[in-house]
Design a protein around this ligand. Structure first.
Ligand code: AKB
Length: 315
């Protein structure tokens, strides 16, 4: 079957690179990107539509116009910004998802990708190699909305047969588009600052380990999940996915191997520390490996090298 994709929230960190990979795979005419803001780097031949996911009628018109077979819903408010605007975060993250799920049912769109996050875990979840199924007591509004979203996704699959697929993304590290409003953002900012100013003040403490994933792995993993035969997708809430895991002190050491003059310092009392402290340090992704063959390619050393090489050329 010929696929046609609509991506919502396509201008963000993951959307911009995922959309490029999907356009390569399916062709420009079959990938429609959308966001609440115009993109600043649209290329000739690419189709973009401005849309607010909270405007259900506009969303319906968009779906009726392009008749997609797949929706990627990436519009969301992340953890740190969510703590500043909890009601807005809940509204965007929940109602955006509900609009897409309901319209998918109404218009017969079968396949949906929706990202969850390691933020679904909380202080009582195991910290190391956090399992797919365990205690989940998220304390951030973002994590609470993602956990509720996971339950909705599974419900719409079980009750209505929607082919929904999801990944619990860890922090995503990338050099093309910066992240915005997350707790894991330091792991991207550190590279930009190391190359521009030779130093970085981390808002997380030296020993705060968090799960992370390099963008190339994230894009490859997302497309592999969406390509897998439906019967292989045994988890319809969201899959744990691991790449690498490190602390600010460890990444600083790795950067110093390439940029020996790099200086790292730490800022006290940042509100993002409490969010990070409630999250896992590492993730067990054996279900994703077993069900649809997930395997990351980048470790701390190769990711650091690739980031610095690309940013050096780009900055
Ligand atoms: C965030 O830090 O909020 C995100 C996430 C882990 O989902 N990067």
């Amino acid at each position: 079957m010929k696929e046609r994709i609509i991506m919502i929230g396509a201008n963000g960190q993951i959307g911009s690179e995922l959309a490029a990979a999907l356009r390569q795979k399916f062709g420009n005419e079959n990938v429609i990107t959308s966001d609440i803001r115009e993109p600043n780097n649209q290329k000739e031949g690419e189709i973009f539509e401005t849309i607010n996911v909270l405007d259900k009628e506009a969303l319906k018109s968009l779906f009726q116009k392009y008749k997609p077979t797949q929706i990627y819903l990436l519009a969301a408010m992340l953890s740190a910004t969510g703590e500043q605007y909890p009601q807005k975060a809940w509204d965007l993250n929940m109602n955006g998802l509900l609009h897409v799920l309901d319209l998918a049912l109404e218009l017969g769109i079968k396949k949906i990708f929706w990202p969850s996050s390691i933020a679904v875990f909380g202080p009582h979840s195991p910290k190391i190699d956090t399992a797919q199924y365990c205690i989940m007591d998220p304390t951030s509004i973002y994590g609470i909305s993602k956990l509720a979203g996971e339950r909705l996704c599974e419900y719409y699959h079980l009750r209505y047969g929607l082919d929904i697929r999801s990944i619990r993304y860890p922090g995503i590290i990338s050099w093309k588009t910066a992240p915005g409003g997350g707790t894991t953002d330091y792991a991207v900012h550190i590279f930009f600052e190391a190359l521009k100013h030779g130093k970085y003040a981390s808002f997380l403490s030296a020993d705060t380990a968090l799960p992370m994933l390099y963008m190339e792995d994230a894009v490859r993993g997302t497309i592999a999940l969406m390509d897998a035969p439906s019967e292989q997708i045994r988890i319809r809430s969201s899959y744990n996915l691991a790449g690498l895991s490190f602390t600010p002190a460890e990444i600083a050491e790795e950067i110093k191997k390439i940029l020996p003059n790099f200086e790292m310092s730490y800022v006290d009392h940042d509100p993002r520390q409490a969010i990070a402290d409630s999250w896992p340090a590492s993730i067990d992704d054996s279900s994703a490996r077993k069900d649809w063959g997930w395997k990351p390619r980048f470790d701390l050393e190769s990711m650091t090298k690739d980031m610095i090489e690309n940013l050096k050329r780009d900055l």
